[in-house]
Design a protein around this ligand. Structure first.
Ligand SMILES: Nc1nc2c(ncn2[C@@H]2O[C@H](COP(=O)(O)OP(=O)(O)O)[C@@H](O)[C@H]2O)c(=O)[nH]1
Ligand SMILES: [Mg+2]
Length: 197
């Protein structure tokens, strides 16, 4: 898929404020996982989603209209260490509301840092998606920071951990925003999904 246009549509604090006129593909992950960088890389627009080395900046649900036909949804990061508990609970509710109640969410990309072993917070989030029946895939980010052998072994380990709980593995994408890796795979996947709508 070619991205001919990518426009910021709106930021929402609640589900009731969000648009529901088009299919949505959403991105989520721990703060600092590389979500904004991935969104910018996919859309080929360096400043579309703000990239920050300071965690915890994006606290709203941002909708971007792509090619005038579908929404790319940038969700707040989960698991902030440095915000108050009440605020953390507020994000958690917003995220949970969105992923379980949005009528247009077609697929959720869950980002994990390729360098890390499976993190409890990610595994718990993935378990919740499974229980709620939310279609999702896993996107390994920052792949350029590992050798190809290291990357393969991290991914293999992740698969093993997932297979302890799941009979089937979700789609898996290996990416690097730095090297523009994984772009075609993700965009082709979205294109196929849209054809089925
Ligand atoms: N080497 C490398 N660094 C990355 C990559 N993606 C993001 N980063 C860096 O990781 C930090 C967090 O990225 P950002 O996109 O703001 O993460 P977000 O908080 O998940 O939106 C920034 O310093 C980015 O430059 C990548 O693919 N490779
Ligand atoms: Mg961000």
């Amino acid at each position: 898929m070619n991205i001919s246009s990518a426009q910021f549509k709106c930021s929402s604090q609640r589900l009731s404020q969000m648009p529901d006129d088009r299919e949505e593909f959403a991105f989520i992950g721990r703060s600092n996982v590389g979500k904004s960088s991935l969104i910018n890389m996919l859309c080929d627009r360096p400043g579309l989603a703000k990239v920050s080395s300071q965690p915890g900046k994006t606290r709203l649900v941002n909708h971007f209209l792509i090619n005038g036909s579908w929404y790319l949804v940038d969700l707040p990061g989960y698991g902030y260490a440095r915000v108050a508990k009440t605020q953390r609970e507020e994000f958690a509710r917003l995220i949970h509301d969105y992923v379980t109640k949005s009528r247009r969410l077609h697929f959720l990309f869950v980002l994990v840092d390729a360098r890390l072993d499976p993190q409890r917070i990610d595994l718990e989030f993935i378990r919740m998606l499974g229980m709620e029946g939310v279609p999702f895939g896993i996107v390994f980010t920052k792949g350029d920071k590992l050798s190809s052998d290291q990357l393969a072994s991290k991914v293999a380990r992740y698969r093993r951990v997932l297979l302890q709980e799941w009979e089937e593995l979700p789609p898996i994408f290996l990416t690097s925003s730095e090297k523009r890796r994984g772009r075609n795979e993700i965009l082709s996947f979205i294109e196929e999904c849209l054809k089925e709508c």
